[in-house]
Ligand binder design. Structure first.
Ligand SMILES: [Fe+2]
Length: 354
């Protein structure tokens, strides 16, 4: 299987993963053969890319830490919680929602521990209208994996996961025309958007069954180590480690996601951006943990090698993620297999999207 942008999808392409609508209901099942009307349905639902099965990627599977069904359940719970928490229904209702989120965190934790050697990989299963919820779920999963790699205890990891799931809840209090805008924000709109950490913190302030650690994440996830962040402009030691974990995972996930107004970055490009930013703005040590848990070149990724040859990734290398096992592509067909750990003069120069 491999990920293909909707603009390059053709009739006859076969879906390798199901696609869901904004109610988390199945839009198209796995193995569906795409027709003109199916492609139209995908574009109506604002889906940006799908996983397809083709000759080139046949037999290539990537494992993900979190099964799709659990991810959909998490997204559904977050969506429900965001709605009711922002509507400020009765206290019992709110507490119930937080409990539902705690159950999701527990399920995610069990999945992370059960698949301990599996890396994190983006799986965009729904349209961009669901961006905030999908993004919240992915930031939570990634943050918990990074926190685990850093050796934190389970209780602390769960609180980090909870903060990460709710980090953008303040966006529910911002005009949806700004939150869902399909183009870049104006200066005024950006100023408005920058209020979401404080608005989210205010929403959570009176809720007793959420830890101060999770609340701090909601308030401080846009702070930067050199003081250029918001809302408080804190610096270095004033920014707690649990906040730093979510900040870096939030940025990584945001720049590797497809939103309608910008092209998504591949994981390798995103890590390069973060590597540069981690010199001044982000935590360098956490960056290295992120590199360990994120799958840079999942199976099925088409890449160009340093000698100009096209190749498809057939297996990741957990010890040296920048050197996967690849299969050379000649005249649209898979040819010889090379383990880049054994061919040290060759390296991946870029990911190719087609
Ligand atoms: Fe945010």
């Amino acid at each position: 299987m491999r990920l293909k942008g909707l603009e390059s999808i053709r009739e006859g392409d076969v879906l390798a993963k199901p696609v869901y609508d904004d109610k988390c209901q199945l839009l198209l099942a796995k193995d569906a053969v795409l027709t003109e009307s199916y492609i139209h349905r995908l574009s109506q639902a604002n889906v940006q890319c799908v996983y397809i099965e083709d000759e080139l990627s046949q037999g290539l599977e990537f494992e993900n830490v979190i099964p799709d069904t659990l991810k959909i359940k998490s997204i559904n719970t977050i969506k429900q919680a965001f709605k009711t928490l922002s509507e400020r229904k009765s206290a019992t209702y709110t507490v119930g929602n937080i409990d539902a989120i705690k159950d999701v965190i527990e399920s995610l934790m069990s999945a992370i521990y059960a698949n301990k050697d599996t890396l994190f990989c983006m799986t965009e299963l729904m349209g961009t209208d669901m961006y905030t919820y999908n993004h919240s779920a992915e930031v939570a999963i990634l943050s918990m994996m990074v926190a685990k790699s850093m050796g934190f205890n389970n209780l602390f990891i769960e609180k980090i996961g909870m903060g990460a799931l709710l980090h953008d809840i303040g966006k529910m209090k911002i005009d949806s025309s700004i939150v869902h805008k399909n183009s870049e924000l104006t200066e005024d709109e950006y100023e408005e958007m920058k209020k979401h950490p404080q608005l989210g913190y205010d929403l959570m302030k009176e809720i007793y069954n959420i830890s101060p650690i999770s609340r701090q994440i909601i308030l401080l996830h846009h702070e930067k180590l050199n003081g250029v962040g918001y809302p408080l402009g804190l610096e270095e030691s004033d920014i707690p480690v649990h906040v730093r974990v979510v900040t870096i995972c939030d940025i990584f996930n945001a720049i590797t996601s497809s939103r309608s107004y910008k092209k998504k970055m591949n994981a390798d490009e995103a890590l390069e951006v973060l590597r540069v930013e981690s010199v001044y703005e982000l935590d360098r040590e956490i960056y290295h943990h992120l590199m360990k848990v994120a799958n840079i070149y999942p199976a099925g990724t088409l890449v160009e090698l340093s000698n100009g040859q096209l190749a498809i990734v057939v297996k990741e290398n957990k010890e040296a993620q920048t050197r996967p096992v690849v299969q050379i592509v000649k005249s649209g067909k898979r040819a010889e297999v090379l383990d880049l750990m054994e061919h040290l003069t060759l390296f991946v120069s870029r990911t190719v999207d087609f």
